[in-house]
Design a protein around this ligand. Structure first.
Ligand SMILES: Cc1ncc(COP(=O)(O)O)c(C=O)c1O
Length: 491
């Protein structure tokens, strides 16, 4: 049995075996990262032996420091190989229209996007108040980049039928201060590919960089195309595309902590770097945000790509796509649900028809049956929905989804909708984000079962219903407060 004492700094060190047992015990509280029943956060290829390989590769390079490529050429070699592979997959490299494509390995999609925005901003020192144009469906990391870098975000509304922005609206949003225009390939929420060719053309005509956020699907779209899917042009084959991000810790199935940011040529990448020599220590030159960074994730990603290989990814994409079809059919086959978009990549996204089940209750009912889906809140005229990121490991399980979905829908209908107390709804309707006090948050948290100390309620339907009733600015404030309640040190 494990000690009650869980101090991270015990008076006397604890034997390794016991520490590992403690970690395993904690991990048992988590959603299952393997087994094809978790449709967000993790990307599981379901390939036997891959975890052991990547763990060994990680361990080999865990203490190597990416701070200085001259001290650790092993890391430079693996980074250059990863960037080369990503560039070649995405229309760059020798013999393509982007023969001089270069890139950097970052810690994830968010870092890649922050750096794409930074490079675009710093390439235009003449613009005092820079702006970026993105579809409203662009990943929230663009908003984070804009916030961190003091760049103004111009989101372009979506056509509710196609879930894409109109090209004319993207063009109209470009101003003299615009330093970057972005597209997703595909968007996270709905898995649809933006009209990259047309948007890149209007960006190029305005002399503005165009970034394609292929963080999510950049490693599957080329394989989907090879499998015969009608994937539109989205990569360096499109002349106006100046940079592309693709996350290896998503559909390249590498362990967490690796994304690639590609630029069409070195001059476009140059303003991404940060160098500093005006202090008495070592001269600093960082291509990415972190300075010291572990070689572990990079070595693990290198091992993953080398081991799976091009034919491996083709087969994994084939399995993933087959699973998508099975899951989408399951949704089509249930009364009360509809697909928000016909799946064109690796996402299944569904909403309720009228009258349908309460989707937030349904999410909890699915979780009770071992299927962990992701609820998406009502937004700008789009209904609340349920998001499924489908990976190759889902394929062997996919046929089990339809009966469980039907049963969960029946249970959700029988349970009825979440009915928040009217005074609570009225409160959320009237609150401004700035008027939230500590007492109010504590009261709300108690009402929702979100007590302090890191404990979470069984089901989240009530929390989701409350957030759904709040406008985005209040959702943000509530979530900050709720998560801050969870993040309390244990002593
Ligand atoms: C399209 C897209 N861009 C960016 C990101 C951010 O990636 P990360 O969570 O690795 O920072 C995601 C994550 O899901 C994404 O789907």
């Amino acid at each position: 049995m494990i000690d009650e004492d869980r101090s991270a700094l015990p008076v006397h060190g604890v034997p390794g075996e016991r520490v590992l047992a403690e970690i395993r015990e904690l991990r048992a509280l988590d959603r299952p990262t393997h087994g094809g029943r978790l449709f967000a956060y993790v990307y599981d290829p379901g390939v036997a032996g891959l975890d052991a390989l990547t763990a060994a590769a990680y361990a080999e390079s865990a203490h190597v420091n990416g701070l200085d490529p001259t001290a650790f050429p092993s890391l430079l070699a693996m980074e250059n190989a990863l960037v080369g592979a990503a560039a070649r997959l995405l229309g760059g490299g020798p013999g393509t229209s982007a023969p001089d494509a270069v890139g950097s390995v970052t810690s994830g999609g968010t870092e890649s996007l922050i750096l794409a925005v930074k490079a675009a901003r710093d390439a235009r020192p003449d613009v005092a108040a820079p702006r970026i144009v993105v579809p409203a469906s662009a990943h929230a990391a663009f908003a984070k980049a804009a916030h961190y870098l003091r760049v103004e975000l111009d989101p372009v509304p979506l056509d509710p039928a196609t879930l894409r922005p109109a090209v004319a609206d993207m063009a109209a949003a470009i101003r003299p201060e615009t330093v970057l225009v972005a597209c997703s390939a595909p968007s996270y929420a709905h898995g649809v590919v933006d009209p990259v060719e047309q948007v890149a053309e209007v960006a190029a005509a305005a002399g503005v960089r165009c970034h394609v956020d292929a963080c999510f699907g950049g490693w599957t779209l080329p394989y989907l195309r090879r499998l015969g899917a009608p994937v539109p042009a989205f990569d360096f084959a499109v002349p106006g595309v100046t940079s592309i991000s693709v996350d290896l810790h998503k559909y390249a199935y590498a362990p967490k902590g690796v994304s690639v940011l590609l630029h069409r040529d070195p001059a476009l990448r140059a303003p991404q770097y940060f160098a500093y020599a005006d202090w008495p220590g070592y001269t600093m030159i960082n291509p990415v945000i972190s300075s010291t960074r572990s070689g572990g994730p990079i070595a693990a990603a290198y091992a993953t790509l080398r081991h799976l290989g091009d034919d491996g990814y083709l087969e994994l994409t084939r399995r993933t796509r087959a699973a998508v079809e099975v899951l989408a059919d399951a949704v089509r086959g249930v009364d009360g649900l509809r697909l928000v978009a016909e799946p064109e990549s690796t996402v299944v996204c569904f909403a309720a028809t009228d009258p349908g089940p309460d989707l937030f209750v349904l999410v909890d009912e699915l979780a009770a049956r071992g299927w962990h889906t992701q609820p998406q809140l009502t937004y700008a005229g789009l209904p609340r929905s349920v998001h499924l990121t489908v990976t190759a490991a889902v394929a062997p399980r996919a046929a089990e989804f339809a009966p469980d979905l039907a049963e969960a829908v029946a249970a959700a209908r029988a349970a009825g909708s979440v009915a928040l107390p009217p005074e609570l709804l009225a409160l959320v309707g009237s609150l401004s984000p700035d008027s939230l006090t500590g007492d109010l948050v504590a009261g709300l948290a108690a009402e929702l079962g979100l007590s302090g100390g890191g404990r979470l309620p069984e089901g989240l339907a009530t929390v989701n219903t409350l957030l759904d009733a709040a406008p985005p600015a209040l959702r943000e404030r509530l979530l900050v407060e709720f998560v801050s309640l969870l993040q309390r040190p244990t002593y």
